[in-house]
Design a binder for this molecule. Sequence first.
Ligand code: FAD
Length: 292
Amino acid sequence: MLISDLFQKKNTIYSFEIFPPKPTADVSAVADTIERLAALSPDYISVTCSAGGTGNARTAEIAKLVQKNGIEPLAHITCINSSKADVSRTLAELSDNKIYNVLALRGDRVAGAKESEDFAHASDLAAFIKQWGGGKFDIAGACYPEGHPESPDLLTDIRNLKKKVDAGVTHLNTQLFYDNEDFFRYRDMLALAGIDVPVQAGIMPLVKKAHVDRTIALSGAKIPAGISRMISRFYDKPEALMEAGIAYAVSQIADLLSAGVRGIHLYVMNNAYVAERITERIAHILAEVNKN
Ligand code: FAD
């Protein structure tokens, strides 16, 4: 089913994001995770792709595995290192397998790497996918409640986001954030800018030391006092960090659901246990907000 049709049917969508195993790893490295995630009945599972050359091939392979488990896949496609011919091949493979939900991304810049001559921005990719598929692909896009790091300011970023939506993006998934007030303010700004497609809130539970280090270094997300306290107290206490990280994510999601968010997109980092614990804790709230 197309995700835009799901948004017509449900008040609030609940989804997970996973990443494919390394090119050399056996697919069984994620098969068990996907089976356990599928048992939680999310509305869809998205599969990331590396912005490098071979990433998209593995994305399609894992998206097919998601589909086999009875869950709708959303395949990420990056364009920063891709030509129109590369993207056409990916779209043909997805289409041959009846995978019609895609997330159009520019991908992160790699210092010194040659960039695409065909696509400068995700909006160029979205327009290409729309035209290539004659409308059969449902195209999602990324957005940034605290602004994209390359943007001079949030308003400029939102003006650019409008171009992406005008190019054919029908729903948005946010970058991770830890302060819901940033999301609420952003949601209002998008409404004022005439961006009226559904926005799913991206939640990344901070449950492991390695994630804490990577997330803080790479995302540039603001770290509220509650998260700082949790990290400094439990950084070297794996069980406590796991519990505290899950608890923080659950309270963040409960607040977002209370405020009428259109969707929660959980960055599960291929950790089915974390997804199980969080899903169990929010199940009644999710059921309530989806009552008509
Ligand atoms: P764009 O929308 O092109 O925006 C990039 C920058 O260019 C922004 O500063 C924007 O303001 C500006 N801009 C956009 N359009 C224009 C325009 N027309 N004119 C001038 N400026 C413009 N990366 C991966 O490599 N693989 C993944 O699978 C992946 N999945 C992601 C999933 C989500 C939900 C999110 C939020 C991010 C993901 N990323 C992924 C990271 C993403 O690729 C990076 O954040 C990247 O730097 C920007 O991608 P974008 O699609 O948002 O780019």
